[in-house]
Design a binder for this molecule. Structure first.
Ligand code: SF4
Length: 183
């Protein structure tokens, strides 16, 4: 199965607990005012990649990590591919998985394909970004209306406290990119 992605980043420290390998899915129709990642909205932007290849890149032995983060864009707008990726990551014994979503936990639970993804996810940060609601860094949320939902025992709320919220890195073309929940 193919999935459209915006970017992969290895060795991130501002996208969840510890050192993380991150993929941003491409495509989002939610249009939260003030969104940090408008370049991820176009459904046909980014690049298409096979899910197995994506999994191999996220779990590359050259980039050991403490966890995998899946962000966007809106990952659940490619829910079949997301499920496929999560199953593949589990098969390969991936470290804990954090997923960011603009949908609320209730919306995700009430959609059959999204709900099928939840047992493979360790933590969710979910709900639409609201620039009028200040961030809550104790829950690692870029706006206070968002929820941190722990879905397994691999994380506790404490793991999400006092994390870096912004980082800089270079893309393949040498451009400086800002990443993290306060970027
Ligand atoms: S869900 Fe995320 S990517 Fe989509 S508009 Fe909202 S903040 Fe931006």
């Amino acid at each position: 199965m193919e999935v459209r992605i915006h970017r992969i980043l290895t060795g991130s420290r501002a996208n969840g607990p510890g050192i993380r390998n991150v993929v941003w899915f491409q495509g989002c129709t939610l249009r939260c005012p003030g969104c940090f990642n408008p370049q991820t909205h176009a459904p046909h932007g980014g690049q298409s990649i096979n899910v197995e290849e994506l999994c191999d890149r996220l779990l590359s032995p050259f980039h050991p990590c403490d966890g995998i983060t899946i962000s966007g864009g809106e990952p659940f707008q490619q829910a079949e591919a997301l499920l496929n990726l999560l199953q593949e990551l589990q098969k390969q014994k991936a470290p804990p998985i954090l997923v960011f979503s603009g949908y609320s936990y209730n919306e995700l639970r009430n959609n059959p394909v999204s709900a099928a993804c939840l047992p493979f996810i360790d933590a969710l940060i979910c709900g639409p970004y609201d620039r009028k609601t200040p961030p809550v860094y104790e829950r690692f949320c870029s706006s206070g209306n968002q929820e941190l939902v722990l879905l397994s025992e691999r994380y506790t709320e404490n793991d999400f406290r006092n994390l870096p919220v912004m980082e800089y890195f270079f893309d393949d073309s040498g451009n400086v990119i800002i990443s993290g929940i306060n970027s």
